[in-house]
Design a protein around this ligand. Structure first.
Ligand SMILES: *Cc1c(COP(=O)(O)O)cnc(C)c1O
Length: 461
């Protein structure tokens, strides 16, 4: 093969220069997608192009459309920025170009996922015997987890859903709060349940499940195949369901309990916040993200299951599991819906090595403290903080809906920081999420000042 070092060195230099500029660059993209489409050469060329020229053209073409999401002042959605060692590991992983299909194709990929998966379970307070599927994100993890739940509750009713499908199957109850994340609904659509199956449970003022209402909903019909979806970390407020109480109620009904903890599960890694996810180990399956709070590169999430056999039975394509005859301990390819896929374990391994146990705790606690600082700063400037800031999420109002939307739009245009708007209990609100390892107090203070300055020049409503 040609010596790839000059090309790869240049690529690494582009990446490093981009990261170095994030601290001061405008967070917003310089052009819209529509503008970029006009600028980018859309012709498929007949002739080949040398790799170095391709790299130059790639950077020149797309760089104006980059958003400062990995930077310290991006507070929209729930977005992490890849840690240095995790980023480097992903660069190396691309060079290694491994297929994480199974341990024969890549012992390295298999062992990295195994080791990183053990560390994850340890940090999150989950059972050591649980299986961890490395998927694309919490959407993938929710889908995998609900597939395992579907397998288990229907097997309990004498139905083989992998062989016979859902047509004619015993009815499965899916019980979830009104505050569930939209990815739960998409998973239900993909798995053939449909969204109308959901029996909705009320939530409290912060978005955590109302356990009394959960009890009432579960008591409404006789025991049968039942899945209960809980949540750790409401995407708007950060609120976590009372997992201990909710799991106890669900157990009385023989339900499978799934916890969507895309970012909230990380509370378990901090002694100061672990009470928020007390009882998390009592569930059957969990969805968690790598690319949000752990700050590993996209795309990375974890589908974790307390029952290895169930996990493999619903996902594996080796016959041993599908016919219920078991097999060796399931590994990477038995735990995800993909066949060939990227080796995600290297970046997760590297992130956890870089941080260590202390660094993970510090990351979680620092983001929570900075979220509180954000809330205090905005409140001191006359804005209304609407939620109890228990984790890394803050909801803020600036008067009426239109004024709040106008403040968010002005902030997005101005570029000091980036935040989005959300609708919460019928109100338009600014949503702040502090999830990035590199955010400092100075970044928060500078962002608060910019937001208040922009809000001050908008008319009251
Ligand atoms: C972000 C999020 C998801 C979806 O995660 P992706 O990584 O975007 O697939 C699911 N549930 C919750 C609570 C989330 O915050």
């Amino acid at each position: 093969m040609d010596d790839l070092a000059p090309l790869f060195d240049r690529a690494a230099r582009v990446a490093a220069d981009h990261r170095a500029a994030l601290g001061e660059a405008s967070v917003a993209a310089r052009v819209s997608a529509a503008e970029l489409r006009q600028q980018v050469d859309g012709r498929l060329r007949q002739e080949p192009t040398p790799p170095g020229d391709v790299l130059d053209e790639l950077v020149r073409s797309f760089e104006p459309g980059l958003v400062g999401t990995p930077g310290p002042r991006f507070f929209g959605f729930v977005i992490g920025g890849a840690l240095p060692a995790a980023s480097a590991a992903d660069l190396v992983a691309v060079g290694w170009d491994q297929c994480a299909f199974n341990a024969t194709l890549s012992p390295a990929a298999a062992v990295a996922e195994d080791v990183a998966g053990s560390w994850l379970k340890d940090l999150l307070g989950l059972p050591g015997g649980a299986t961890v599927g490395f998927v694309t994100g919490a959407q993938g993890a929710n889908t995998v987890s609900l597939a395992t739940a579907r397998h288990h509750v229907l097997a309990g009713a004498g139905w083989d859903v992998e062989r016979d499908g859902l047509a004619g199957a015993p009815r499965v109850r899916v019980v979830a709060s009104v505050e569930r994340h939209a990815t739960i609904d998409r998973a239900l659509r993909l798995l053939g349940f449909g969204t109308a199956v959901v029996e909705e449970v009320a939530a409290d003022s912060q978005g955590a499940i109302d356990v009394d209402d959960l009890t009432a909903v579960l008591a409404r019909s006789a025991a049968g195949p039942t899945i209960v979806c809980l949540q750790a970390g409401n995407v708007n407020t950060g609120a976590c369901d009372d997992l201990r109480a909710a799991c106890a109620v669900a157990r009385e009904h023989g339900a499978w309990v799934h916890v969507d903890g895309a970012f909230g599960l990380w509370a378990g890694a901090s002694a100061a916040r672990a009470h928020l996810v007390d009882g998390v180990e009592l569930a059957d399956s969990w969805a968690c993200d790598g690319h949000k709070w752990l700050n590993v590169p996209y795309d990375c999430g974890f589908a974790i299951c307390a029952h290895a056999e169930v996990h493999a039975s619903s996902l594996s394509y080796t016959a041993a599991y599908l016919t219920g005859q078991g097999g060796p301990m399931p590994t990477l390819g038995d735990l995800v819906p993909e066949s060939s896929r990227k080796a995600r374990g290297f970046a997760v391994w590297a992130a956890l090595r870089e941080l260590g146990r202390d660094g993970v705790t510090d990351l979680v606690e620092r983001c929570c403290t900075l979220a509180q600082r954000f809330a205090d700063g905005l409140a001191a400037g006359g804005a209304e903080v609407v939620n109890d800031v228990v984790l890394n999420q803050v909801l803020v109002g600036f008067g009426g809906d239109e004024r709040t939307d106008a403040v968010v739009a002005a902030v997005q245009r101005e570029g000091t920081c980036w935040l989005g708007a959300t609708t919460w209990h019928g109100r338009r609100l600014m949503r702040v999420s502090v999830s990035n390892w590199s955010t400092t107090e100075a970044d928060v203070d500078r962002s608060v000042a910019a937001i208040l300055r922009l809000a001050a020049v908008l008319p009251d409503q």
